[in-house]
Design a protein around this ligand. Structure first.
Ligand code: HEM
Length: 225
């Protein structure tokens, strides 16, 4: 193995990769939430036009999607490897970790990262199957024929099962981000004690913003349909 790859695959390298890819995915989620807010605050045509602009980008979109897939794969592989390493180093598992006292950052969020991560990964496959690869309704906006994604999203969240499912999964997303955000800076070595409090508060803010933002959309659509 080359020196670069072996340092990337060291325990420090894997943690840094997990942190960096996690922060990049948070960036995607912020952009995704802002775009999806059009479902609530704009006309159906505005949301469909936005989705159409994205899907019309052709090669640029394909490159962006592949970058996202590589980032996700690197995050999943490094997270699984780090978790397995921890379990091997501590064979009694998580049983005795209920409380770690005030100086520790151990919490429900930190102890369930691998489980919330697995649920989110499965969610992502189902999510893409529901929307990206779901039924293709058509509409015409300003004389241009395009996909009526707005109709699909409203149809999906008119079903209580989907809305409840999204609320539950987005709550788990909040838990995952609450620890993940703070921990990413730690893994990247950007955890100067002076910034501990700020990063911790920022982590709570980012987790609440994204979780409640994504929870609000299906609930609003369900109640308005
Ligand atoms: C209420 C919550 C959400 C709604 C309404 C929503 C809606 C959508 C829609 C309509 C699409 C299809 C876009 C298109 O084909 O042009 C999409 C794609 C996608 N969503 Fe979501 N989403 C939500 C939450 C999430 C979450 C929490 C994640 C990540 C954990 C996520 C990750 C993705 C990804 C990766 C794509 C594919 C993007 C692409 O290929 O360009 N979404 N979402």
């Amino acid at each position: 193995m080359s020196p670069f790859l072996s340092s990337l695959w060291s325990s420090v390298g894997k943690k840094a990769m997990m942190g960096l890819t996690g922060l990049l995915m948070i960036g995607f989620l912020v952009e995704h939430l802002i775009g999806n807010m059009l479902l609530v605050f704009a006309e159906p045509a505005t949301f469909n036009r936005y989705a159409h602009v994205l899907t019309s980008m052709g090669g640029v979109l394909i490159v962006a999607e592949w970058i996202l897939i590589i980032i996700l794969a690197a995050h999943v592989v490094s997270a699984i490897s780090v978790s397995l390493g921890k379990m091997r180093a501590r064979p009694e598992g998580y049983k005795k970790k209920a409380s770690a006292g005030p100086p520790s950052r151990k919490s429900v969020s930190s102890m369930t990262m691998i489980y919330t991560g697995i649920v989110l990964f499965i969610f992502l496959i189902l999510h893409l199957n529901t929307f990206k690869y779901g039924p293709h309704y058509s509409t015409v906006v300003d004389g241009v024929e395009m996909r009526d994604l707005h109709k699909l999203v409203y149809e999906v969240f008119a079903q209580p099962g989907y809305t409840v499912g999204y609320v539950v999964i987005m709550t788990l997303l909040g838990f995952h981000l609450r620890h993940g955000f703070w921990s990413a800076f730690q893994s990247l070595g950007l955890n100067h004690p002076n910034y501990h409090k700020t990063l911790n508060t920022l982590g709570i803010f980012v987790a609440l913003l994204l979780a409640f933002g994504f929870i609000g959309i299906p609930i609003w659509i369900y109640l308005s349909s």
